[in-house]
Ligand binder design. Structure first.
Ligand code: ADP
Length: 432
């Protein structure tokens, strides 16, 4: 088989090459001369980076030459980008960090808000990468439960970053089973289990508070993280529920900078609602390169995430372990079903609230096949504490042996799975 001829791209200063790569193709990218970065992380010269199922921008401040081998579904150079305004925002945030270091105060606590597909995660990566490039150690808080930049979709996470974010792997995918790219420390993950906060707003709010407590404690103990601050990536909800979550988040994490991406009305509302309490509200333009992702693309990204969690990436392959487990050694739990008390015994509206955080057992059955379950770190089932216990990792149910009352699971770690309580959310994955 002959390899396709590499295609050469010459970029002038402050240009970016935007490419989209399908899930069933692999594309190699090499920086030949000059300097370039992908979402804030600098590329090494003459290193081959491989991508599949991604939409990315290779940006250069001073000009560069890039070679692309393989077929991209979209490829073009853009000379109009909002990168200078993003860099200026970083410079202003860095000044706050310098002041925080001098006065032993807290660094900026930044929250990025906006609708879906405006580049919130990409901007989070850039601001974090720029901070890391200045030897800062910021914490990345990911409240977007639909995506799972750090671990699996369905989680609320916080990751103290100490190393550069990987160009190919992003924040890494097996974060809860091993330290991930960009982090020397395990991320903290709480399981929500639904794609949107609206699916169970009471649980979401509970977990958000719990995550904030843990992050605040960490900031108290870790001076480098405290002066570096946090970057909070949010879900794209900007309706009444979204506004409530934003308000709760500002309070819980003591947010002092809100960045509104690509939405005038949201910017006006955020200024009106929060500026008076001393929060700086900044408006930044959406990049013309940000791509809207349809349901099929999101589903494929989710599958890719799950696959990488168990099997790793082509750069760092993992071999998952297959283990047979007795039904009676585990308890599979689900949240938000059934009701503790009959509705008639509760004030109007309260019944749904109670059931939203009610934990119920799920009997193992064929229905569990192909489910991805979150393994809780809890040793005892105490409610509601178990809801707020962080995660040890994830397993995948590959077989159900109903007659023998056993199930076979894949996990990234060898041996018996030492934890008893497993959460069932809405994640399914058919191994290919
Ligand atoms: P949000 O977090 O607001 O939903 P993302 O940052 O995830 O948005 O961006 C949506 C998609 O667009 C992602 O696949 C991302 O990689 C891609 N993207 C973002 N910025 C650019 C750009 N400048 N050029 C090309 N693709 C981009």
């Amino acid at each position: 088989m002959t390899l396709p001829e590499p295609k050469e791209w010459l970029l002038d200063e402050e240009n970016e090459l935007r490419i989209e790569i399908d899930f069933d193709t692999k594309v190699k990218l090499r920086l030949v001369t000059g300097t370039a970065e992908i979402f804030g992380t600098e590329l090494g010269q003459n290193v081959d980076y491989e991508f599949s199922g991604r939409k990315i921008a290779v940006f250069t401040w001073h000009g560069c030459k890039i070679l692309i081998t393989g077929t991209c579904s979209v490829e073009y150079i853009a000379n109009e980008t909002p990168m200078l305004s993003y860099l200026n925002t970083h410079i202003a945030l860095e000044q706050r960090r310098v002041l925080a270091t001098q006065n032993n105060k807290a660094g900026p606590r930044i929250m990025i808000v906006g609708p879906n597909d405006v580049g919130k995660t990409s901007l989070s990566k850039m601001l974090l990468s720029y901070a890391l490039r200045q030897s800062r150690q910021p914490i990345y808080v990911d409240l977007d439960c639909s995506e799972g930049s750090i671990t699996m979709p369905g989680c609320l996470t916080a990751t103290p970053l100490t190393e550069m974010i990987d160009v190919e792997e992003g924040f890494g995918s097996s974060a809860t089973s091993a330290p991930t790219a960009g982090s020397a420390v395990m991320p903290l993950a709480y399981y929500f289990g639904f794609p949107s906060p609206k699916d169970n707003s009471k649980l979401y709010s509970l977990l958000l508070s719990r995550l904030a407590q843990s992050v605040n404690r960490r900031l108290e103990e870790d001076e480098a993280a405290r002066t570096s601050g946090i970057v909070i990536d949010t879900n794209g909800l900007i309706d009444a529920t979204g506004y409530e979550i934003i308000a709760q988040c500002i309070k819980a994490f003591s947010v002092d900078v809100i960045i509104v991406l690509g939405h005038e009305r949201l910017y006006a509302d955020m200024t009106r609602l929060h500026q008076k309490s001393g929060v700086a509200v900044i408006k930044l333009a959406k990049s013309g390169g940000v791509v809207e992702r349809d349901t099929a693309f999101r589903r494929q990204t989710q599958n890719q995430k799950i696959r990488e969690y168990f099997y790793g990436t082509s750069k760092s392959e993992l071999a998952p372990y297959s283990t047979m487990i007795n039904f009676h050694d585990i308890e599979i739990l689900r949240v938000g079903e059934g009701s503790l008390a009959p509705s008639s015994a509760l004030p109007i509206g309260e019944d749904r609230k109670v059931s939203e955080t009610h934990v119920v057992n799920v009997e193992p059955s064929e229905n569990l096949l192909h489910s991805v379950l979150a393994v809780s770190n809890a040793d005892k089932r105490v409610e509601p504490d178990i809801l707020e216990t962080n995660l040890a990792g994830f397993i995948y149910v590959s077989e159900i042996h109903d007659a023998r009352k056993k199930l076979t699971v894949l996990s990234p770690c060898p041996g018996r799975i030492p934890k008893k309580f497993w959460w069932l959310g809405s994640l399914k994955w058919a191994e290919d």
